[in-house]
Write a protein that binds this ligand. Sequence first.
Ligand code: SF4
Length: 382
Amino acid sequence: MDLLNTLVDKGLRRELPTRDEALAVLATSDDDLLDVVAAAGKVRRQWFGRRVKLNYLVNLKSGLCPEDCSYCSQRLGSTAGILKYTWLKPDQASQAAAAGLAGGAKRVCLVASGRGPTDRDVDRVSDTIKTIKEQNEGVEVCACLGLLSDGQAERLRAAGADAYNHNLNTSEGTYAEITTTHTYADRVDTVHKAHAAGLSACSGLIAGMGESDKDLVDVVFSLRELDPDSVPVNFLIPFEGTPLAKEWNLTPQRCLRILAMVRFVCPDVEVRIAGGREVHLRTMQPLALHLANSIFLGDYLTSEGQAGKADLEMIADAGFEVESADQVTLPEHRAMAEGGCGSHEGGGVCGTSAAAAPAGEPRTDLVAVRRRGAGTDLAPNA
Ligand code: SF4
């Protein structure tokens, strides 16, 4: 297929595809799916070999958020039966992190619900980062605390944070439809602040919220412009008790097309499959490893993932290897660049028209609220 040959050539040269080419990936048919995966897989292997980076989430503070992000089980007014707790102490967070690291993760992502941290919160998280780094040599720490005020990114960097995550989530054009309590521009500003402080920027998207292919392409091209080092691709988990509970729009095939599009637009960036992997890719998860070079190990913030052992077995069975602590994630040209590494973008539909994504069957049976690990007395999944 000419489209795929063109995209492979561009990806190997780190050249940006056109928006039409990105849209065309999303519009490919199921008959072409394996060709799409094979093509994007060539680009993935060029820049990341067969390595899979494992990341581990520690939810420092769960639920009780005053913001109204419609996709989020922790939002204002959510009736999802999630765990709710306030800040974990540094030792509790470090203990949770250690479980993930023992399971093979090399990055710990410290996440807290809320609009953004107070300066007191930054102090707390700084203490936590220092504790984790003292107790776990060589660990990468990423903070994800919401919108940052002036000076906070610098303070996190000084405390030892390596990266900061703040997702754009969706296109600028549709942002106001999913959240009213802050703006797309607020989110872009925080990614800029992270970059400016010398933190490795991590910013991604959520697919499956009813967006069009054009919206997906818009957000992925916006991400590429922001030039983060890592791009998490979330697939909406339609939590009961949230406004998007009925948005079961994704199929495994569409998820693969989305990941392929992100890989073509952001060829040399860490593309990470994030929340919703098990729910939407299901038995097609191993194919997605040919597109993304990074996943989360174990559980997510408020929902359970498959067993950490199953993640490791899947990686081995698919012929990939877990990236070790002494391997550099990013290609040399990115790792050497100021601030770290990264780039991205995409959009589309499956097989038919770009306006109507084929609806997946609701699979509420696959959504399990997290009841173990951080914030509980039960052992974590790692
Ligand atoms: S995404 Fe973050 S800011 Fe938005 S409701 Fe959830 S926890 Fe709050």
